[in-house]
Design a binder for this molecule. Structure first.
Ligand code: ATP
Length: 269
């Protein structure tokens, strides 16, 4: 199946010297959720920034490979150009405007006229957003600063939806949130995939939560993909379970690659 988003051997360097991403290739098919898993410092956020055009602020550069969106190379294009075409990064939830109401936050997202030109995708209305997130409708007159972490995450997702995404790029949806809140947010992401036909690249440390809804997953270690497979296969994979889900016999291993080495050593004994 053709991908809506594809990375081909992407390489990213910080400050002209520090390599953070070393030849990452992945595919996001239409109407699918692809999880990008990895521990702290694996390169997940750098990958998302490279795709969405936000590397410049951190003095980072793409030095190799390509980002292909809807069949066209868009490597290094600025964020507004990409967002206009439907490649949309969900803002971090601490970036909502706290002194504005929920409604004002949402009203601040008015797609430019150029976004309408030739767009095959229908606009997403405020009513639709309130339909998916009824709690935002209830709180639309409240200041965003008073929202809980989960509600802020909903507001961040809602603002991204108003940009009419074809592909949503989501960074650490679950971070710091209670398990029940994470579950309901993940269910909502799956619903947006199914109802609106969205493709989603879901960057997560919480492998269990992400793989529960993902069609496919990639495991990133030190800027390289070390394993990939369908959500179900990854969930059933012994190494992934041992390291990412904390189920298994090698407690305290620090990295996925350690688990693999440990396994090899075990075979020699
Ligand atoms: P986390 O969940 O902790 O953010 P991550 O998987 O998203 O982890 P990145 O933040 O992408 O990882 O970091 C990948 C590598 O790039 C790390 O080695 C990190 O130290 C380095 N890095 C990230 N941001 C910068 C920066 N602004 N300047 C220099 N190096 C950076």
């Amino acid at each position: 199946m053709t991908s809506v988003l594809e990375l081909e051997n992407l390489e990213v360097v910080y400050h002209h010297v520090a390599t953070a991403i070393q030849g990452v290739s992945l595919r996001v098919p239409p109407r699918s959720i692809v999880a990008l898993l990895g521990t702290n410092g694996a390169g997940k956020t750098t990958t998302l920034r490279a795709i969405s055009g936000f590397l410049g602020a951190d003095d980072a550069q793409i030095v190799g490979g390509r980002v292909v969106f809807l069949g066209e190379a868009v490597t290094g294009r600025p964020p507004h150009t990409l967002a206009r075409r439907g490649l949309v990064l969900v803002p971090e939830r601490d970036k909502v405007f706290e002194t504005l109401t929920v409604r004002e936050n949402l009203r601040a997202i008015v797609p430019g006229r150029r976004a309408d030109r030739g767009a095959a995708r229908p606009p997403v209305t405020l009513d639709q957003v309130f339909h998916y997130f009824p709690v935002l409708a209830e709180r639309r007159r409240q200041l965003a600063g008073y929202l809980s972490g989960g509600e802020r995450q909903m507001l961040a997702l809602a603002t991204a939806l108003l940009c009419r995404p074809r592909v949503l790029l989501v960074d650490e949806l679950s971070l710091g949130l209670a398990p029940l809140v994470v579950e309901s947010l993940m269910t909502m992401v799956a619903r947006l995939r199914d109802d609106l036909g969205l493709a989603v690249l879901l960057v997560e440390q919480n492998a269990g939560a992400a793989l529960a809804i993902a069609n496919y997953g990639y495991v990133l270690e030190h800027g390289r993909i070390v394993y990939d497979g369908s959500g179900d296969r990854l969930l059933a994979h012994e190494d992934v379970r041992e390291f990412y889900l904390g189920v298994g016999r090698s407690p305290g291993r620090k990295r996925y690659t350690d688990v693999k080495q440990y396994r090899r050593r075990r075979q020699w004994f």
